[in-house]
Design a protein around this ligand. Structure first.
Ligand code: CDP
Ligand code: MG
Length: 736
């Protein structure tokens, strides 16, 4: 057991981050770090910056030191002052001089393409302008879609603040599993996925006067499908105004797609950005980020730093290392305010990135791609770009989806650099070589529709009565194989009949904002009389941030706590066990803390569960509980995820049944030491190897029961279901 434990530790650590620990931070390292500023150049830049920064610092001081102002304007209240600065900000935005022109253009044309640099005020101002111009009269809404949840929430909050109203009244947002709108809401921000779902209940979008498809350049799967849907609607709802808003140069392409709609350009205001490259490739870009941040902080004039990382884990690692080094440097450096931002961050923490930087301090924002175009953080002067992002990829041959870290495109790199030049001349530090930029980066990011599983999208379109998907009006069509595969999968799940029409089951599946496999699992739980248990499992699986908390200094305790939740059968049952125990404590925070569980993740699971239960009632599903019927629970899971089956082969490796691909059990799995012969997995993640995550042991004969169309008994031949001889000594059960 010991040997294995060590191995597990090692795999786990390697996956997370390479060896940062040995590195000792010394002051002189600052000069030997990634970027060297020549003394002369530094002096010149220093002077330039001093000039620019002087005005900026004054501005910041004026904002954050009310005492200074109060002496001269004592009669102005705090609230009034805030309003004034909001008004001033609004008027300073590049879009402001075009307010009247824009309103007139919307009145004149049904469809308008809007192009303007990130930060020009498209997302926050246009809905307000149209609201003021009377487009919400009679209680009709202005909708605005965002590709990301965080953006929808934070932008709605900002607009509510600008209009001095409470979020959720006239201005609200709606994202999956969370609706913050009311009867009074007339400006509604939502994710593109949410609008997609709204089509199901309101196919003509009748409650809207205006629909804005924002951040169109991001080309998410949902946005791409919306293009086809809204274009179609505009033909018979001539009173609906449609705005397609984009930050980059795709406007021409959008215009062509929307029958040559006019393009409204908002001239950008951009300061020059100097771009620096590393001399040699960086082996460890997180460390390179930390070094660069500190070097900028030590040598460069004030101004905030924006760093682009690929995800929550990387951000947290970087934050930890940075905090540690800053602590050790103590008073030798100025104050550095470190702020993370990623989609699962709670909204109060997100809001912090918009607060003004304290005087004489510097803010460093560690962000995912979200800060590339969706969120505008003011006063960024320095950008650090390691050149990677996390991307969803789908292999239509194997039907496998994976989330992988890939190099960004040139278009992305330029967007990122642009973030440094919004308020003053800026600098962008690319942690890759100029050669890599020129030769290794693609020009543009491939739109999601061409690299994602279309199961969910196809189910939605079918539910909208769109049967001929091959001739659907796509801006860029998805690969034919991907479309066919999605249809096949829905057929195997029983959502489509052999004419490709939606079945009764399919219609019910479409009611849930879930992947078709998860939807099927949920609906199958009715038959297996365990819907209470399955809905908890579905909710826990939907929480895509970590459930377990593993602080570096308490790894052993944390892992012991995690093991204490292990039950025979696998990870799905572990999730259920955690949820049940937590609800038995009446959803205690303390209990989470004691058991090294992330309270926020569990709380989110609880919210998601509540939403799902509501939807189950809508499709008239009974909530039935059978907590001890583990076989039934596992069968219901298999009924949804029979595409995700792997069987043990030689050497402790697994092979997927349909495509014979080699996959491994994730080291965090409860089954890591068990090696059952047959498993169903929730997802594959590719890190150093292809890992299955959230795994449950099954019996192969169940596959014939739950998916008779899909599995033939000869494929499941060695289905003895006898476990392989144990590699290690004890089983989970024996370990207790
Ligand atoms: O959509 P676009 O990129 O053109 O700009 P925007 O998102 O409307 O942002 C315009 C301005 O609003 C930014 O420069 C920020 O000053 C401000 N803003 C904010 O303070 N807080 C937010 N959550 C969003 C925007
Ligand atoms: Mg925007």
């Amino acid at each position: 057991v010991k040997e294995k434990t060590e191995q597990y530790e090692e795999v786990d650590e390697r996956e997370k981050k390479p060896n940062y620990e040995q590195r000792k931070w010394e002051e002189e390292q600052m000069s030997s770090a990634v970027f060297r500023f020549g003394a002369k150049e530094k002096e010149k830049q220093q002077q330039e910056y001093d000039l620019i920064m002087e005005s900026q610092i004054e501005f910041i001081q004026a904002l954050s030191l009310p005492g200074n102002k109060e002496k001269t304007e004592p009669e102005i209240s705090e609230a009034q002052r805030k309003r004034m600065t909001i008004e001033e900000t609004q008027k300073s935005l590049p879009i402001y001089p075009f307010k009247e022109d824009l309103i007139n253009a919307v009145k004149e044309y049904q469809i308008l393409i809007i192009e303007g640099e990130t930060g020009s005020g498209k997302t926050t101002q246009i809905p307000q302008y149209l609201h003021q111009a009377g487009f919400t009269d009679g209680g009709k809404k202005i909708g605005c879609t965002q590709p990301r949840r965080v953006a929808a929430m934070s932008v709605a909050a900002r607009v509510a603040e600008e209009m001095s109203i409470k979020l959720g009244n006239e201005v609200g947002y709606s994202i999956r599993f969370e609706d913050c709108t009311s009867e009074r809401t007339v400006i509604k921000y939502m994710t593109d996925g949410t609008l997609h779902r709204e089509f199901l209940s309101e196919p003509d979008l009748n409650s809207y006067n205006v629909m804005i498809i924002d951040e169109a350049h991001e080309r998410t799967l949902h946005t791409d499908i919306l293009f086809g849907l809204v274009k179609d609607i505009c033909r018979y709802r001539v009173d609906l105004k449609l705005l397609i808003s984009s930050a980059t140069l795709d406007a021409q392409k959008f215009s062509q797609f929307f029958d040559d709609a006019p393009i409204f350009r908002i001239p950008g205001r951009r300061f020059p950005v100097d771009i620096y490259y590393t001399k040699a490739p960086e082996a460890d870009y997180i460390d390179a980020c930390v070094v660069s941040i500190l070097q900028i902080h030590a040598t460069q004039p004030l101004g905030d730093i924006l760093v682009f990382l690929t995800g929550q884990e990387e951000i947290e690692t970087c934050q930890e290392i940075l905090q540690d080094r800053v602590r050790r440097l103590g008073s030798r450096i100025k104050e550095l305010v470190i702020l993370p931002v990623y989609s699962n961050l709670p909204s109060d923490m997100q809001a912090k990135i918009f607060h003004p930087t304290p005087p004489n301090a510097r803010k460093v924002v560690l962000a995912t791609n979200i800060a590339e175009t969706s969120l505008t953080i003011d006063n960024i002067i320095y950008v650090i770009d390691p050149g990677f992002c996390k991307q969803n990829n789908f292999n239509s041959r194997t039907g496998m989806e994976s989330l992988v870290v890939v190099p960004i495109s040139k278009a992305s790199a330029n967007q990122r650099a642009g973030r440094a030049g919004r308020v003053a001349a800026g600098k962008c530090f690319r942690l890759y070589t100029v050669w890599a930029y020129k030769n290794e980066l693609e020009d543009n990011t491939v739109p999601e529709i061409q690299r994602m599983n279309l199961g969910n999208a196809v189910l939605m379109l079918k539910a909208l009565g769109i049967n001929d998907l091959v001739h659907f009006d796509f801006l860029d069509p998805p690969p034919h194989e991907t479309l066919v595969l999605a249809l096949e999968q829905l057929y195997a799940l029983g959502a489509l009949n052999h004419h490709g029409e939606l079945t009764k089951l399919g219609r019910r599946m479409a009611e849930f904002p879930l992947d078709p496999m998860m939807g099927k699992m949920l609906l199958a739980s009715e038959k297996y009389k365990c819907s209470e248990e399955i809905v908890s499992i579905a909710a826990m699986l939907s929480v895509n941030s970590a459930i377990f908390y593993r602080p570096k200094d308490k790894l052993v305790h944390a892992d012991t706590a995690r093991r204490n939740f292990f039950v025979v059968g696998g990870d799905h049952l572990v999730l259920l066990n955690i949820y049940k125990q937590w609800s038995d404590t009446d959803y205690s925070t303390q209990w989470c803390y004691e058991n090294f569980l992330q309270y926020r993740s569990l709380k989110r699971a609880r919210d998601v569960r509540e939403q799902l239960v509501g939807l189950m009632q809508r499709v008239e599903m009974d909530l039935v509980s059978n907590p001890t019927e583990h076989v039934n629970i596992r069968k219901a899971i298999t009924a949804g995820y029979f595409y995700h089956i792997a069987r043990l082969s030689k050497g402790g490796h697994y092979k997927t049944v349909k495509h014979n691909q080699t996959v491994m059990i994730h080291p965090n799995s409860a089954l890591f030491e068990d090696l059952p012969r047959w498993v169903v997995y929730h997802e594959l993640v590719f890190t150093t190897k292809e890992y299955m995550r959230q795994i449950t042991e099954i019996e192969s004969k169940w596959l014939l029961e739950v998916a008779p169309h899909y599995y033939k008994s000869r494929e499941l031949e060695d289905s003895t279901n006898v476990k392989m001889p144990k590699v290690m000594g004890k089983t989970k059960a024996e370990l207790g």
